[in-house]
Design a protein around this ligand. Structure first.
Ligand SMILES: [Cu+2]
Length: 210
């Protein structure tokens, strides 16, 4: 057993996170971030990956996108109308002036933090890019669970971010020690802010009017 523990990555552990709201409903779009404690092994640079956040039926898809710091994201517009995507968030200010199709240059997110994105034309459009300092993260699906697989045995802090959290994400922190080839389960229950959308998107069939 001890020998196995001394060989990094020999047998990885998995972490399953479950998130519910105060009414007991599973919560999707929650980002679970797993950060190695202490002397972190050198974090692999974000693979030179290109991720995307689409605009479909006048909404950002996905509504919450988690990436590792250093990742580039493109913003393909799948609608028949122009969008003007921007963010004023300190972690990344950018602007993609009115466009159709896919802007030529993806946006690189190199600073960890939450980046709120909007559209100048359709002010109900809101989305979030969570830029993780750690390569280990996942987003919960509609069933409220996220699996972070392949974690080297060791100690971690685990925290959760969601756009409707009422507290700072660091207040959600838990510490966990993962053995080799183990499955750890952690659960959170959150009281949430009401959904703060300015107004709903019109039905997709009416999109041509905007
Ligand atoms: Cu728009």
């Amino acid at each position: 057993m001890l020998a196995a523990m001394l060989v990094p990555c020999a047998r990885a552990a998995d972490l399953r996170a479950t998130v519910h709201d105060a009414q007991g409903r599973p919560l999707g779009d929650a980002v679970v971030i797993v950060v190695p404690q202490g002397a972190a092994p050198p974090s692999p640079r974000a693979r030179a990956r290109l991720e995307q956040v689409e605009q479909i039926d006048l909404e950002f898809v996905p509504h919450v996108k988690a990436i590792q710091a250093g990742t580039a994201v493109s913003f393909p517009n799948r609608d028949g109308v122009r969008h003007h995507v921007y963010s004023f968030s300190p972690a990344k200010r950018f602007e993609l002036p009115l466009y159709v199709g896919t802007p030529a240059q993806p946006v690189v997110f190199d600073q960890p933090g939450v980046v709120t994105i909007g559209c100048n034309i359709h002010d109900w459009m809101v989305g979030y890019i969570y830029v993780s300092p750690s390569p280990h993260f996942a987003t919960t699906g509609a069933e409220g669970t996220a699996l972070i697989a392949g974690l080297p045995a060791g100690r971690y802090t685990v925290r959760v971010w969601h756009p409707r959290l009422t507290s700072d994400e660091h207040a959600t922190e838990r510490r966990v020690e993962l053995g080799a080839a183990a499955l750890a389960e952690l659960g959170w229950v959150f009281v949430l802010k009401p959904e703060a959308r300015v107004r709903r998107a019109p039905a997709p069939g009416r999109a041509g009017r905007y």
